[in-house]
Write a protein that binds this ligand. Structure first.
Ligand SMILES: Nc1nc2c(ncn2[C@@H]2O[C@H](COP(=O)(O)OP(=O)(O)OP(=O)(O)O)[C@@H](O)[C@H]2O)c(=O)[nH]1
Ligand SMILES: [Mg+2]
Length: 148
C-alpha cells in the first residue's frame, strides 16, 4: 500500500479510517501529535485548521507518497480553507467518511473537498460498516495515480 498522510478537520475520522484499513478494531483516541502508523501518517485535525501548523504538515507530507484529505459526510460547513490541498507537493485524493450516518450528505462533502482544492478521485467510506474500504485499499495498493 502507498504510504499516505491523512489530513482533515478535528473529528473527521482520520484515525478511525487508519484503524479500519488495518483491520484494527480498537476505538480511535483523539490524535494530539503527528503519528506514524504502519503505512500511514496520522495528523491532528488542529494541524489542518490552524495555519501556523501548516509548515509541520508540509514537512511531514514529504515522508508520504500521497496525501488523503478526509471529509466528514455529516459536516455541513467547509472547515478547510479554499485551495488547502494545493500546498502539498504530493498527489492528493479525497475521502468522505461516516457515510453510514443518516445525516450524511455526499454531494455537500464532495463540494467541500473540491473547494479545498481536491481534484479526482474521491472515495466514500464508513469505518463503522466497512463500506468503500476495499475500493480505497485497492486504489492505494495499486499505487493509483489516476486522476492526478
Ligand atoms: N458513524 C461513524 N462514526 C465514525 C466514523 N469514522 C469515525 N467516526 C467517529 O467519529 C469520531 C472521531 O473520529 P476520529 O477517527 O477520532 O477522528 P480524527 O479525524 O482522527 O480526529 P482528530 O484526531 O481529533 O483530528 C469518533 O467518535 C469515531 O468513532 C464512521 O465512518 N462512521
Ligand atoms: Mg485522530
Amino acid at each position: 500500500m502507498k504510504k499516505v498522510m491523512l489530513v482533515g478537520a478535528v473529528g473527521a475520522g482520520k484515525t478511525s479510517l487508519i484503524h479500519a484499513l488495518n483491520n484494527n478494531e480498537s476505538q480511535a483516541d483523539k490524535t494530539s501529535s503527528i503519528y506514524f502508523h504502519d503505512g500511514a501518517i496520522d495528523t491532528p485535525g488542529e494541524y489542518a485548521q490552524i495555519p501556523r501548523f501548516y509548515s509541520a504538515l508540509l514537512v511531514t507530507a514529504v515522508e508520504s507518497e500521497m496525501v488523503i484529505v478526509v471529509q466528514d459526510a455529516t459536516q455541513s460547513r467547509a472547515v478547510l480553507p479554499p485551495g488547502f490541498a494545493g500546498m502539498f507537493t504530493r498527489p492528493v485524493i479525497g475521502v468522505v467518511t461516516k457515510t453510514d450516518l443518516p445525516s450524511a450528505n455526499r454531494d455537500k462533502a464532495v463540494a467541500c473537498l473540491r473547494e479545498a482544492g481536491v481534484k479526482q478521485p474521491v472515495f466514500f467510506v464508513s469505518a463503522l460498516t466497512g463500506e468503500g474500504l476495499k475500493e480505497l485499499a485497492d486504489y492505494l495498493a495499486e499505487g493509483g495515480c489516476k486522476g492526478e
